[in-house]
Design a protein around this ligand. Sequence first.
Ligand code: PHE
Length: 361
Amino acid sequence: MTVSSDSDDTGANDALTAAGQARQPVGIAVFLATLTAFCEAAAESLGGVADEAALEQARIEFLGARSGRLKAVQKNLSGLAATDRPAGGRHFNEAKAAVTALFSAAQERLAGSGGEQATDAIDVTLPGDPVRLGHIHPITQTIRRVQEIMARLGFESVDGPEVEDQWHNFEALAIPSEHPARDPLDNFYLAVARGAEPLLLRSQTSTVQIRVMENRQPPLRIVSLGRVYRPDTADATHYPMFHQVEGLLIEQGTTMAHLKSVLRQLASSFLGGDVHVRFRPSFFPFTEPSVEFDMEWGGRWIEMGGAGMVDPAVLTAVGYDPEKVSGFAFGLGVERIAARRYGVADIRDFYRNDVRFLRQF
Ligand code: PHE
């Protein structure tokens, strides 16, 4: 009984398929090749199963107790020559263990998407990744500081829309239609439908005075801080968008002395030390009298903004009685005071968003 493992493969396979019926002897080499083929097929199938149903199907196909392929291979054991049987049996048991292990692995893989593996993946004892926090922009810091100082003097912070109508930006502020401040070249008018009311980006925060006065009765102490827009060419001290602070106080018996006290308190608190304030005569349509005010700081007088007593025409426009109440208003540029406080030479640096600049504040 000699079986050449090379030339008799086909015959041997026939013998294998007929195993259990025809008792053709099977060579050990053929038997081992069959075992290997079985293991490879099982590994491929079990490695690819994607759900429980496919796993069960693979189990029946390869490990099924009744007609599984392992069972078929086992039957061939008895066809081996008696001397080959111990070795064949050992290889058979190894193959069975290997495929059973593959089955268990596939089972675990399908069962465990959460469980142990996930907890293993996160080591809670490791230090976390630090969250990199930025910090508050120097313009916002300045706005908050001014709000804080003014709040101590009883001024409530308010803001209004940046897109305004002509009434709030001009007319109610006693800036008539022929006034040069309304020139299209000096304002950002919006494109609106023909016949619709003209709109513009507000050119000053005085608009907020009007909006508040229209809706509230005196006494009133407000401060508005926000963006304003003018078509200026950008340079070290100008930018087409900047921020204004505007203060407004309406009470009985208000005078210029109150205005100067408030400005001096604001300047001293903001810049530190005892800062002197001086008035120079000026003109604004919505204040009468009007002044420019300077602050003496570091041995120099520095121009800070405009101010004055609220014009009776403005009080009338919002429905107040100028015989009963009076008030003052002042406005100044946030960039200007921020640049002064922090020693910034070019206000464009505030908008470049270069972190090397911004980190300093
Ligand atoms: N609104 C004025 C400006 O933009 C500043 C100002 C405010 C002047 C309040 C007087 C009173 O120039």
